[in-house]
Ligand binder design. Structure first.
Ligand code: ZN
Length: 315
């Protein structure tokens, strides 16, 4: 808090940042004529490493579940699917001692829920989640913090003052950030919880099919793991991307707000290096002015979005 703080907004000179991001701007003379306060980036948030780390953590967790499903359903055949088909051809009275179909299903689902809770979700109380004690917190916290420090850099690029934070502690010692990060933690946790619940529901359906249609154990394991892939792993991986970008955008907006800014515009992501076009979905953001309230929750616009916000300085 040693850096001088800016006055409230009316002191800002109108210096609307020119966005150097015409989607047709492969024209290099434009770059020379208009030295950008800010060069269009493929990834304005520069959070790739963070997103990748979160994504691999997610992958590792779901892959372990798939391994266990394969072992339990296919190799151990706990659902007695192999025996069931044998029973059809050559009935054996002892087979009838087994659990009823719905008991088998319930027991398996309870087992699976335990695996998913232990290996993927790690259920936590709301209060613990808000304190950042869940495993997802470490990633979104860094995304948020990067948004905060990036926002400071953007403010300084415009010639205004903004404190340089040296570490996470510096940032989260500030009440504005320590209170807002709670929402970011909670959103990531709730999202993951929702994904595991949906996965549960879909697997339950596959189990009914497996039992009623007498699938062999291998097919059953494959179909269950297909749900783990398509619902669990895929959506959780998307979540890991989305939540970092969301955290980054919210950290950025919170910083602008705490520094007295009231309006922003989008720092829109660009596609590949050789074709610097704005992502068509995100192009709708481009060139618009948003109040901070309007900007909240707008980024990410789509699952792989990497857009960010830049402040508008007015007078
Ligand atoms: Zn975007």
């Amino acid at each position: 808090m040693t850096t001088p703080r800016r006055q409230r907004p009316n002191a800002h000179s109108t210096l609307r940042l020119l966005l150097f991001l015409s989607h047709r701007s492969t024209d290099s003379t434009l770059a020379i004529l208009t030295p950008p306060p800010h060069v269009p980036a493929k990834d304005p948030t520069q959070t790739k490493t963070l997103r990748d780390n979160f994504g691999s953590d997610v992958n590792k967790r779901f892959r372990a579940i798939k391994g266990e499903v394969r072992q339990v359903v296919e190799e151990l055949d706990v659902l007695h699917l192999g025996r069931q088909s044998a029973e059809n051809s050559a009935p054996d009275p002892r087979d009838y001692e087994f659990l009823s179909d719905s008991e088998k299903r319930q027991r398996f689902q309870a087992w699976l829920r335990e695996q998913v809770d232990g290996g993927v979700l790690e259920p936590a109380e709301g209060r613990a989640v808000r304190r950042g004690e869940h495993w997802t917190s470490q990633y979104v916290q860094k995304g948020y913090a990067k948004g905060v420090t990036d926002a400071g850099a953007k403010i300084r690029q415009q010639g205004s003052d903004a404190q340089v934070f040296e570490d996470l502690e510096d940032i989260f010692n500030q009440p504005v950030h320590s209170s807002k990060i709670e929402l970011v933690y909670t959103r990531a946790y709730d999202g993951l919880e929702g994904i595991t619940q949906e996965m549960d529901t879909q697997i339950s359906r596959e189990l009914s099919n497996a039992i009623s249609q007498g699938w062999n154990p291998r097919k059953a394991a494959r179909e269950i793991n297909d749900r783990v892939d398509a619902i669990g792993m895929t959506r959780a991986r998307t979540l890991s991307q989305t939540e970092i970008i969301h955290a980054h955008a919210e950290g950025t907006l919170d910083r602008f707000e705490s520094e007295g800014f009231t309006e922003v515009e989008a720092d829109v992501e660009h596609h590949t290096a050789d074709d610097s076009r704005v992502c068509p979905t995100c192009a709708s953001l481009q060139g618009n002015t948003y109040t901070l309230a309007e900007a909240r929750g707008r980024i990410p616009i789509h699952p792989r979005c990497r857009c960010s916000w830049i402040p508008i300085v007015d007078d």
